[in-house]
Design a protein around this ligand. Structure first.
Ligand code: GLC
Ligand code: GLC
Length: 817
């Protein structure tokens, strides 16, 4: 069952009912000011950091789902005997609408609804170059007679620190402050501005209003929720000025519309910072100059429309960096629009703010952000460059790293600390991807601090060496890398041994143990160690490359011996040196991670182990909804394994379909040339391909979710944790670089597709460094292999299009077979 449809020409997903199985959301903002917005107008707004600079409040863990947003209420008083109140996004009042449509586009959402022949159209977006969210609201009277209406706006302020905001009531109920100007057209939220803050928020409408409210209790009534505000019921606002308690911003606009008449209003929710020495225009009165400047910029419809065009053009231009045209509509739609879009969102948010990540927990993840880069770097390499430097700045001198950092301060988060032994190697992955994309070797020579301390800076290449050496020097009894607190799988906690509820699996127990080892990190070391060696060569350090390859050879050997179980790769060795993910185990005999990652790293290919490992995955882990992370599921808690065995069977890391590592297996299949199978894996978790089972999958059909419940789960096939997942980047890498086969090497683009036999010919436009490549692939029914490559009319040998500086346009014909 579907709840909408893709409108590819408009680059939109169109939701045709507000009653989706879960809130289906969108992200507004590309730079520093962001909003989340659901298909029923729920969501919240923040500047840079969802925890530390939250503008509006959201109620997590509440009923109904999706409680609080930026709402508009329409009260239709035309029939004075029975007035009706409704919202363009249906929530919170939930009056049955005569028409409803939500379109989520790239950085904007629109809502078009009607009730009793009054139509409301709300367009919401964050413009490219300002810290604000604009809502353009158009009300049209489609009745045959005049309509008498009132429009009420509503946003509830968050007192900046979203974590403190929901806990520290003894203080927070006394700090709220606002200013109101123009009889309520503009409301300033200035809590804590009197002391250490130099920022405030505004909510304003470009018209004279009939009144306002800034006290939540006055607007809603102390015992009401946003579904039944007193003020709306009465049809009369109270001009309340908040003092402490819960400040809000609400305006009332009364309208008389003739038959067929429309009126448009522009609402702006903005964030303003003032210089420390220019905070006030009079004692106690905030300096409003920058706010007025912002409002001036968006006071006309023409200005707002122009800002939307600018946003749309920005996205069109970005997406043109990789564009496919094939006979597979769903592939085209994911590659050209939604997968790249999700890559931008994960790059911006890491794992901080979604409907499943509350924005008050994790900031930016070290490993997460490094992986997010892989799917983003072709979009805006300069931003990726800065991100790499930021991430590397939270590394420690021994190569280990803070597992997370806060985006606002860019400082490592000491609550969680370090000890996740895969982290260092992801820095090599991200950096290598950036250098292959851009050819910019200067980044390797940048001086980058350790733990933000410039007095102990090294070049970025020096950091990568620390990463490499960390793994090389932290090995266990089998010569495999030590796992530390966990590797990619945050829940494989082999040194934790936690017995008491409430202890964090992430931080309990020693951060390091001398025995527990990870075969997955071995796979990473072989893959990214080689990428490190190549970077060393590019810098002319052949001796270092040689040394690196010697270290890699040792780990390779350990992986195919101690790391091999007979039919598949072992997952790990626990703190007693017992195998994890082996036929010897009672539960959890096979895990996906080492099969995917070791094979994509090339381990066991020539020895014939890779084929076996992937066969085992197909036999033991595959389902109709994707490949499960492990089997058999853990049915009881294993003290020696940790959180992985804490989840009920089929969920999350305990035998869920963890979408993030499905592309690893798909890539591994392309390494072996299995186009049919690689694509089958791609298809099973691909949102566009499962749109018509939305009632089972539940999450948005235009983006990936972190997890789909596995076969052991009651709700097999159900998605959770949509949007913020490494799946976005890895799937884009898989489809664009391995399946469609356009892979950036240090020497130029390589063309080596691995597609299903019936895929058909396809064309790709790829912007790479300073040129545009028009690539035409003739498949000839082959799954892999290029028999002829022609570049600008000349046949070249091999798969790599030689990069010639100065050439701006390449016409490439690749004949498979
Ligand atoms: C979550 C984390 C990610 C981790 C994965 C597996 O998605 O964000 O860092 O690798 O879970 O545990
Ligand atoms: C839990 C989750 C895992 C996530 C981690 C982040 O362990 O199961 O997916 O990566 O929390 O802290």
């Amino acid at each position: 069952m579907k709840y909408g449809f893709f409108d590819d020409a408009a680059l939109e997903y169109v939701i045709t009912t507000p009653k989706t199985p879960l809130p289906w959301i969108n992200y507004l903002g590309n730079k520093e000011f962001f909003s989340l917005i659901s298909n029923t107008c729920g969501g919240y707004t923040f500047y840079k950091d969802a925890k530390l600079l939250r503008l509006t409040r959201y109620r997590y863990n509440n009923v109904p789902y999706d409680n609080n947003g930026k709402y508009f209420y329409i009260k239709d008083n035309t029939d004075s005997a029975c007035s009706v109140v409704w919202n363009p996004g249906w929530q919170p009042v939930k009056t049955t609408l005569d028409q409803y449509e939500c379109r989520h586009g790239l950085g904007y959402s629109t809502f078009t609804s009607s009730k009793n022949n009054v139509e409301a159209k709300v367009l919401t977006f964050v413009p490219m170059n300002d810290n604000c969210e604009i809502s353009k609201v158009t009300i049209t009277n489609n009745k045959e007679t005049a309509a008498k209406l009132s429009l009420f706006s509503y946003v509830e302020w968050c007192l900046w620190n979203a974590d403190d905001d929901m806990k520290n009531f003894q203080r927070n109920l006394s700090t709220g402050e606002v200013e109101v100007t123009d009889n309520g057209s503009t409301i300033y939220h200035k809590t804590e501005y009197r002391e250490r803050r130099n920022h405030y928020a505004i909510y304003s409408v470009n018209t004279a209003v009939d009144g306002f409210d800034t006290s939540r209790d006055a607007f809603l009534g102390a015992y009401n929720g946003p579904d039944s505000p007193d003020v709306v019921a009465e049809g009369k606002c109270t001009n309340s000025v908040a003092s402490g308690w819960s400040p809000i911003a609400s305006q009332q606009i009364n309208l008389e519309l003739a038959a067929g008449e429309s009126k448009t209003f522009i609402f702006v929710l903005g964030y303003i910072e003032n210089p420390e020495d220019d905070k006030w225009e009079a004692p106690g009165v905030v300096n409003k100059k920058p706010a007025l400047k912002m409002l001036e910029a968006y006071k006309t419809e023409a200005a707002v429309d122009a800002a939307l065009v600018e946003l749309k053009n920005y996205w069109k231009e970005l997406l043109s960096n990789y564009h496919i045209s094939s006979s597979n509509e769903k592939v085209d739609r994911m590659v050209n629009i939604w997968n790249q879009y999700q890559c931008m969102v994960t790059f911006n948010m890491s794992r901080s703010a979604s409907y499943y990540e509350s924005g008050i927990g994790r900031g930016m993840g070290f490993r997460d952000s490094c992986q997010d880069l892989l799917g983003f770097v072709h979009l805006i390499p300069d931003r990726a460059r800065q991100r790499i430097i930021d991430i590397a700045s939270t590394q420690f001198q021994d190569g280990s790293a803070y597992h997370q950092y806060q985006p606002l301060t860019k400082k490592g988060n000491s609550d969680i600390g370090s000890g996740f032994n895969d982290d260092p190697l992801w820095l090599i992955a991200g950096t290598s991807a950036y250098v292959r994309e851009t050819g910019d070797l200067s980044i390797l020579k940048e001086m980058v601090p350790f733990d933000n301390d410039m007095s102990v800076a090294k070049t970025l290449m020096g950091h990568l060496k620390c990463s490499f050496d960390f793994t090389a020097t932290h090995k266990g009894p089998h010569g495999l890398p030590l796992i530390g607190r966990a590797d990619w799988n945050d829940c494989l906690n082999l040194n934790c041994f936690s017995e008491h509820p409430g202890e964090s699996f992430q931080t309990f127990g020693p951060s390091e143990g001398p025995v527990a080892e990870s075969v997955f990190i071995a796979g990473m070391f072989v893959k990214y160690g080689e990428e490190y060696a190549q970077l060393a060569e590019l810098l002319g350090d052949d001796a270092e490359a040689k040394r690196a390859r010697e270290e890699i050879a040792k780990v390779y050997e350990a992986a195919i011996t101690a790391g091999w179980d007979g039919e598949w790769f072992v997952r790990a060795y626990d703190a007693y040196s017992n195998k994890v993910g082996s036929k010897e185990c009672e539960e959890g005999q096979i895990y996906i991670e080492p099969q995917g990652f070791c094979v994509l790293a090339g381990i066991g290919v020539k020895e014939g182990l890779a084929e076996k490992a992937l066969k085992s995955v197909e036999e033991r882990l595959d389902t109709k909804y994707g490949v499960m992370i492990l089997q058999p599921a853990y049915t009881k808690y294993h003290l020696e394994l940790g959180e992985v065995s804490s989840y009920p069977p089929g969920y999350k890391e305990n035998a869920g379909i963890f979408c993030h590592n499905n592309p690893w297996v798909s890539i591994a299949e392309t390494v072996l040339g299995h186009g049919d199978r690689a694509f089958e894996i791609y298809r099973k978790t691909c949102p566009a391909y499962i749109e018509d089972i939305s009632e089972i999958h539940c999450t948005e059909p235009y983006v990936y979710s972190q997890m789909v419940a596995g076969r052991d789960a009651k709700f097999f096939g159900q998605g959770k944790n949509s949007w913020l997942t490494g799946t976005a980047a890895w799937t884009f890498v898989n489809i664009s670089q391995y399946i469609l086969g356009v892979y950036p090497t240090h020497n130029g683009l390589s063309i080596n597709p691995c597609v299903p036999a019936d895929f058909g010919d396809f064309e790709i436009t790829r912007k790479y460094r300073d040129a545009v490549y028009h690539i035409s692939v003739k498949q000839n029914g082959a799954q892999k292999g290029i028999k002829k490559l022609t570049v600008n009319g000349t046949e070249v040998s091999g798969n790599v299009i030689p990069y010639e500086s100065g050439v701006k346009e390449y016409t490439v014909v690749a004949e498979m077979g």
